[in-house]
Design a protein around this ligand. Sequence first.
Ligand SMILES: [Zn+2]
Ligand SMILES: [Zn+2]
Length: 372
Amino acid sequence: MQPYLFPYIIIIIRVFFKEIFIMRTAVLYGKEDIRIEDRPVPEPGPGQMLVKIDYVGICGTDIEFYKLGQTPTPLPKILGHENSGTIVKLGEGVTDFQVGQRVLCGPPAHCKENCSPCKEGKTNICIHGFPRTAGIGMPDGGYAEYLLIEDVAHTMIIPVPENVKMEDAVLFDVICVALHGIRMSRFKLGDSVVVSGMGPVGLSAVQFLKAGGANKIIALDVTDRKKEAALAYGADYFLNSATEPDIAASIREILGSDVGADIVYECSGHPASVETCVLKAVKPGGQVMLIGTVQQPITFTLGTAQIFEIDFQSSFVYLQEEVEMYLQMLAAGKIAFPGMVTDIVSLDNCQEQGLGRKDRASQLKILIAPDK
Ligand SMILES: [Zn+2]
Ligand SMILES: [Zn+2]
């Protein structure tokens, strides 16, 4: 071979091997500090699999981690727990899946130890769940070109039906939070409900309640920008809880009653919204379902609600069977979430146009497409 060809051959080899062995990742190092790094593509060992990420959702939880510079386990870490992709490699002993299969990869499934909640089928409240969830606990998540599933047998991996688009399927993490919360509530056909917080979870709740035969659905939010989406998703009324002079009176007037709604779904996680739900929106003896995770202290006097026997119920994430339900309903065209994805950004831009985005309040779901 001619010696002058050597440098060209080396460049070709580098480009070729880089594609195979090196992947792009977005790594959280601290408060508002995301760095784009090239890392080796992980090799799946026994009981593991490698998934090429199609889309990964930016969750509200990720934004909290990014703002605080903290996650349940030490940094640096690759975030991303709302993962969708295609299986590219199976480790030894993994026989339930095939290369080329499109899947969703969510939180852990049934734990190895078979803890008490897992024994009862409540894997969403597994005592080992959080630290083992990729992108939240120890394992790295899907803000990367590839995701290693470290323990296939104990991870929620769900095949995506052929006629479901990945950009719809990847919404499972928000939509199934709403689905689980409603299934956990005592909702009955004909109930009148209030849903507070018109982010992706609240909008999904509105759609499921409409599909489930709610009588009157009143949506609340602190900005009128959410009104159009709330009504489009099935709310009968929209009230701005920040500007409405007497929200309790407005709700009663809509319901044509001297009391509030049968069930109130809190979907924002904001203390002021919790207070509105508990003290102003629910009827005596009614239920308040806490779906949004509240990260700040609540300061109202509980006795004010106790004297009306308000039923408090909380709900957290979802079960594998609910994700399967969601995909089946999507495939059958029974539900649809148009406009839920408001932007798709690249890994390189996931900080500026995603986690740290200035106009976040006007966005619903932002996805990262590592291939973009
Ligand atoms: Zn999430
Ligand atoms: Zn468990």
